[in-house]
Design a protein around this ligand. Structure first.
Ligand code: ADP
Ligand code: MG
Length: 297
C-alpha cells in the first residue's frame, strides 16, 4: 500500500474510534490468523458483582464481610471492589468503619493477606490458599466446583488458617461477544482465551462465548509466552486485552489491541486502541487492514 493509502486508512479508523498507532500495525492486522483474548474486562463486562456467599463456619454474615472487606479495602483488583461494594450494602448506615488493618499484602494473581483486628485474613484463590499452607476442606471444593459451573468465580476467605467461607462473583459476558467470535471464525480467524481466573469458570465462559481453546490460571508472563509459542508455530497473532497483566502479551503479539476503557499500561503497550471499548471493532480493524493492503497488491 502507498503511504497515502495507509494514512487514509488510519484516518478512517480514527473516525470510527479505532486508533492505529502506525503503518506496521495496520499492515500486520490483515495477516492475523488467530486472536488471543483476555477474559476479564475483554470478553466479559469486567465489573464483577457478588452473587452468592457460602459460610462454612458458624459466623454472622456481617462479621464475615467485615473481616473480608477490611482485607480487600486497599486492593485495586475488580474482585476486591465487588466485595467492598457488597459489604457496604450490609451496612446501610453512612459511616461504617471497617475493622483495623495491619500488614496488608497483595499477591498478583493470587489474592490478599492482612491482619484484621485479632485475625489473620486471607482472601484469594485455591493456589493462594495452598501456597499459604491452608487446607481446603472437601465441602469448600464442592462449593467452588458448583459455582464455577455457573461461570462464577469463587473467592476463598480464610481466617486464622481456616477456610470460613466462599464469596462468589459474577462477571457476565459482553452482549456481542459470541457474535464477534462467530464472525471471526467465518473470517478464518481462530479465537483463544487466556485468563488468570480458574479453569472451571474459564471453561464455562468459553462455552458461553463459543471459544474452545482455553488457557486458565495464566500469569502475565505466561500470557506473553502463549503468544510467542503461537508465533513460533507460524501463526500471526493478535492479542486483545485491557489489564496491566495483559501488557507483556500485547507487546509480544504481532498486533496488540487494547480496550479503550482498560488501564493506561495496556493502552500504552498496544498497537491499536479500541476507543469505544466495543469488541466488534476488532473486526473493524482487521477489515480496514485487509481492504487497504489487498486493494493495492
Ligand atoms: P484476570 O484479570 O486475568 O482474571 P488476575 O491475575 O488479576 O487475573 O487474577 C487471577 C485470580 O487471582 C483471580 O481470578 C482471583 O482468583 C485471584 N485474585 C487476584 N487478586 C485478588 C484479590 N484482590 N482478591 C481475591 N482474589 C484475587
Ligand atoms: Mg482483563
Amino acid at each position: 500500500a502507498t503511504p497515502t493509502a495507509v494514512m487514509v486508512a488510519t484516518g478512517v479508523g480514527a473516525s470510527q474510534g479505532v486508533l492505529i498507532k502506525g503503518g506496521q500495525a495496520l499492515e500486520s492486522a490483515q495477516k492475523v490468523d488467530c486472536i488471543v483474548f483476555d477474559k476479564t474486562g475483554t470478553l466479559t463486562i469486567g465489573k464483577p458483582v457478588v452473587v452468592d456467599t457460602r459460610l462454612l463456619k458458624n459466623m454472622v454474615l456481617r462479621e464475615f464481610y467485615d473481616y473480608a472487606t477490611a482485607a480487600e479495602v486497599n486492593s485495586e483488583h475488580p474482585l476486591a471492589k465487588a466485595i467492598v461494594e457488597h459489604a457496604k450494602k450490609l451496612h446501610p448506615e453512612e459511616n461504617h468503619i471497617w475493622p483495623e488493618v495491619r500488614d496488608f499484602i497483595s499477591v498478583t494473581g493470587h489474592g490478599v493477606k492482612a491482619e484484621v483486628s485479632d485475625k489473620c485474613v486471607l482472601v484469594g484463590n485455591k493456589s493462594f490458599m495452598l501456597s499459604s499452607g491452608i487446607d481446603i476442606p472437601v465441602e469448600a471444593s464442592e462449593i467452588l466446583m458448583e459455582e464455577e459451573e455457573k461461570a462464577w468465580t469463587g473467592i476463598i476467605v480464610a481466617m486464622d488458617r481456616e477456610v470460613v467461607g466462599i464469596i462468589s462473583v459474577s462477571d457476565p459476558i459482553k452482549p456481542n461477544a459470541h457474535e464477534v467470535i462467530s464472525y471471526l471464525k467465518s473470517m478464518n480467524v481462530e479465537s483463544i482465551m487466556v485468563t488468570g481466573d480458574n479453569w472451571g469458570t474459564a471453561n464455562a465462559i468459553g462455552k458461553e462465548v463459543g471459544i474452545e481453546k482455553i488457557i486458565a490460571e495464566a500469569k502475565p508472563e505466561q500470557k506473553a509466552e502463549i503468544v510467542k509459542e503461537l508465533q513460533l508455530s507460524g501463526r500471526t497473532v493478535a492479542m486483545v486485552g485491557d489489564g496491566i497483566n495483559d501488557s507483556p502479551a500485547l507487546v509480544s503479539a504481532d498486533v496488540g489491541l487494547a480496550i479503550g476503557a482498560g488501564t493506561d499500561v495496556a493502552i500504552e503497550a498496544a498497537d491499536i486502541v479500541l476507543m469505544k471499548s466495543n469488541l466488534e471493532d476488532v473486526i473493524t480493524a482487521i477489515d480496514l487492514s485487509r481492504k487497504t493492503f489487498f486493494r493495492i497488491r
